[in-house]
Write a protein that binds this ligand. Structure first.
Ligand code: ASP
Length: 337
């Protein structure tokens, strides 16, 4: 029997067409089969479906994550793997969010897209789709992870970041090596791939988006920090700090954070650096944050940090202490413990 993959189309450049003025808009799934006719007769079976609303991924929201997750959960037993066609702009957020949604995932979910629409001669989409499908249907190795395949590399989804609005090589994973590379053969690095879990699959899709991100910069004012922290009903804040998790030591800054922590807002320390980790108390410039209970989130990406915070707040709305404890440990390989 052939392995079977479900191809889920959500939108993005890969399926877009240009209108008369040159602007790109998402289009329907059948265009993809016109552009890659090879998909109609490959060694594995492909079924496909699309979201009700096909979007540019800049319109991505937790409601779409729920829709994608529900499709996969509903069809989980019928397929050997899943490929999600997605815009590149927020692909790393969706991959991170889906990684948290599925606990005990035992099958591959591979997200891919392209920098040029499939209909264009030089499109990178054909290669990306075909490799993503091969990986999701691979008999020789089951990858029980949510991944991103892009331009020769398979990355762990919750370690990935979009790094280029120009190059075909649009993603990178600075704090974790790629899980596979595609050349003449697709070579998997088995020792880097998560083990197949023993428990049954569970799915939780209650994201709480009452969160914010505050990126520090030299000269940031108290008004800005105060305004963000005063957002009504704010439950959690990701602070994008400098280097290994450093921030101003000025009294007004620490006072603002401390007051927010006392109001029950969870504060998460994530570095602005692309590579490396937050190490609380390495410098005096993070000691006060540590004292007031800011959580150091180690080497997590900003995409994984935001989605993990939303996910944990959604799962444990009445247990902030538990949320804080989980933020600094690895749930799905998103950080180095
Ligand atoms: N704006 C597009 C999107 O994210 C970009 C892309 O697909 O590459 O949907």
């Amino acid at each position: 029997m052939k392995n079977k993959v479900l191809l889920i189309y959500t939108g993005g450049t890969i399926g877009m067409v240009q209108d008369e003025s040159g602007v790109l808009h998402p289009f329907a799934l059948d265009r993809i089969y016109d552009a890659v006719p090879q998909l109609k007769n490959c060694a594995y079976g492909i079924d496909s479906c699309q979201l009700e609303n096909i979007i540019d991924s800049s319109n991505m929201t937790p409601a779409f994550w729920r829709d994608i997750a529900n499709i996969i959960a509903r069809e989980y037993d019928r397929y050997d793997g899943f490929v999600v066609l997605h815009g590149t702009d927020t692909m790393a957020y969706t991959a991170s969010a889906l990684s948290f949604v599925f606990k005990n995932l035992a099958k591959p979910i591979v997200l891919t897209g392209s920098q040029l629409p499939l209909g264009m001669l030089r499109s990178d989409g054909r290669e990306n789709i075909i490799c993503a499908l091969e990986i999701a249907s691979a008999r020789q190795l089951n990858i029980p992870e949510v991944c991103i395949f892009f331009e020769d590399h398979l990355y762990r989804g919750n370690r990935s970041t979009k790094v280029s609005a120009e190059n075909f090589d649009a993603f990178n994973s600075y704090n974790y090596p790629s899980l596979a590379t595609a050349g003449i053969n697709i070579s998997f690095k088995e020792h880097l791939i998560l083990p197949v879990p023993e428990g049954a699959l569970t799915i939780r899709t209650e994201f709480d988006n009452r969160v914010a991100v505050l990126k520090l910069f030299p000269g940031i004012t108290r008004e800005v920090v105060h305004a963000v922290l005063s957002t009504s009903d704010l439950q959690g804040l990701v602070i994008e700090t400098y280097g290994s998790g450093n921030a101003p030591t000025e009294k007004w800054f620490i006072d603002e954070l401390e007051a927010a922590a006392k109001r029950g807002i969870i504060l998460m320390n994530v570095t602005q650096c692309k590579a490396g980790a937050v190490k609380m108390r390495q410098y005096a410039a993070s000691c006060d944050m540590d004292r007031i209970g800011v959580v150091g989130a180690k080497d997590i990406t900003i995409e994984a940090a935001v989605t993990k915070l939303m996910y944990l707040l959604g799962c444990y709305p009445n247990d902030k202490q538990h949320v804080k404890e989980r933020l600094s440990v690895s749930l799905r390989g998103e950080l180095t413990d």
